[in-house]
Ligand binder design. Structure first.
Ligand code: CMC
Length: 428
């Protein structure tokens, strides 16, 4: 069934705009010809009502708290799949057969080493540099090392660049950590799983054998799955926008990392844990809830609220479960966990949070788990970047392959001065 077009009237002009339907989700009004027909732009600075592209990767129903990758619910993937299988799914559209997964795993595993000269890059950074600053620089620099995978018009080069990025990101992230603590870099060990390898490169030292803890490996892999993609979020949109000019894939992913760093996006898990530690004990929670509700106080409950989810973030559900599993496996007790649970309960019963539909998001619990595993807070966003790389790469590939792809070029509502004449400096 074709949709009736939308009628848009501006002044004395009325134009018809096609209304298109996806497989699920809201329809869109295709306003691409609006400016040509009426001379008016639409105005939507935060993309509150604007679909910027067509995509078949990830679907979110924020009201129902649903997240699907290529149609598969995130809860099922987190429970039954592995991160590399989810990578294959996002890149190729279907779950792999056993043979396809083995080949994919072998390919990724064979790309885990980085060019030896890349390690000299790290020495240019101060030891106390934030690892996300290092990630922006080093990932951007990959384009200077892998010239044979920067021609974006060649699908084979795009495929190799995608595999390189997914494979090398754990190595680059672990090296950023090692550099900050003054320990030697640990080379990848291809006997280990993707996630086990990352843990060894991060926490292993040459002086001792490192044994991967199965419960931590499983939890970490699940955390990677939970962060793999999230449709057109800020960093993914950044990657698409950077890529729309024809920039090389490594530069585009570096742009995504830069965007992810912000506290309203990937930096929120670091901010959430810092907040929980600052609260410290359950008796102080009401004070912080009151601050979050106070219009004159810039404080927000970090790890709460989401542009799209107006219900419980399905990733937060899995994260809370994973947190319990890690704490049980490591026999841990941390007052921060109790503070988190009680803060969640109190906020979910508070009229302010109910009315504004503010629920815990993926970042609320992830900081507590990552800290329990042994990561310092500065590494949290790095882990997010590592996992999100597959989403960025898959979305970038989808965009480049789209025959309707154009350079992203938003317009504006100009509010500056109208034309005026230059005034010589002695006359001002
Ligand atoms: N604590 C207290 N009040 C909040 C919060 C919060 N965490 N989040 C939103 N609000 C209020 C906000 O003050 C506003 O109130 P009012 O209508 O009276 O002005 C209302 O709720 C709507 O907020 P908004 O900022 O207009 O909503 P947004 O869609 O632009 O922002 C958000 C979404 C995630 C940036 C915001 O909820 C936030 O700052 N949360 C804390 C940071 C955070 O946890 N970020 C992680 C996001 S999930 C991971 C990711 O995808 O990167």
């Amino acid at each position: 069934m074709t949709n009736a077009p939308a009628k848009i009237s501006i002044g004395d002009k009325t134009v018809e705009a096609p209304v298109r339907s996806g497989t699920i989700g809201p329809d869109v009004v295709d306003i691409r010809k609006l400016y040509g027909q009426t001379g008016a732009f639409t105005f939507d600075p935060g993309f509150m009502s604007t679909a910027a592209c067509e995509s078949g990767l990830t679907y979110i129903d924020g009201d129902e708290g649903i997240l699907l990758h290529r149609g598969y619910p995130i809860g099922q993937l987190a429970e039954q799949s592995s991160f590399l299988e989810v990578c294959y799914l996002l890149l190729n559209g279907e779950l792999p057969s056993k043979g396809e997964l083995d080949t994919f795993t072998r390919t990724i595993t064979r790309h885990t080493m980085v060019h030896e000269q890349l390690s000299t890059f790290y020495r240019g950074f101060r030891r106390d540099a934030h690892p996300m600053a290092i990630m922006c620089g080093v990932v951007g620099a990959l384009s200077a090392f892998y010239h044979d995978s920067t021609d974006i018009a060649d699908p084979e080069q795009r495929r190799i660049a995608s595999h390189r990025l997914i494979a090398k990101m754990p190595t680059i992230a672990a090296m950023a950590y090692k550099y900050s603590v003054g320990q030697p870099f640990v080379y990848p060990d291809n006997k280990l799983s993707y996630t086990g390898n990352f843990l060894k490169m991060t926490f292993g030292v040459p002086a001792e054998e490192y044994v991967v803890h199965p419960a931590i490996e499983a939890a970490m892999d699940r955390i990677f799955i939970l962060h793999a993609d999230h449709e057109q979020n800020a960093s993914t949109s950044t990657v698409r926008l950077a890529g729309s000019s024809g920039a090389n894939p490594f530069a585009c992913i570096a742009a995504g990392i830069a965007c992810l760093w912000g506290p309203a996006h990937g930096g929120a898990n670091e901010a959430a844990l810092n907040m929980l530690r600052e609260i410290g004990t359950p008796d102080r929670i009401p004070h912080y809830i009151a601050r979050a509700k106070d219009k004159n106080d810039p404080f927000r409950l970090m790890g709460f609220g989401h542009r799209v989810y107006k219900n419980y973030d399905p990733r937060a559900t899995v994260m809370q479960q994973t947190l319990r599993e890690v704490f049980d496996a490591l026999k841990l007790k941390d007052p921060v966990f109790d503070v988190a649970l009680q803060l969640e309960e109190m906020a979910l019963n508070d009229p302010y949070f109910i009315e504004k539909k503010l629920f815990p998001n993926v970042d609320f619990y992830s900081g507590v788990i990552l800290s329990a595993i042994g990561f310092p807070t500065e590494m949290f966003t790095v882990l997010f970047a590592l996992a999100r790389t597959v989403g960025w790469v898959a979305q970038w590939n989808e965009m480049i392959s789209d025959p309707e792809q154009k350079i992203g070029r938003p317009r504006q509502l100009y509010t500056g001065p109208v034309q005026r004449d230059y005034v010589a400096i002695d006359k001002r």
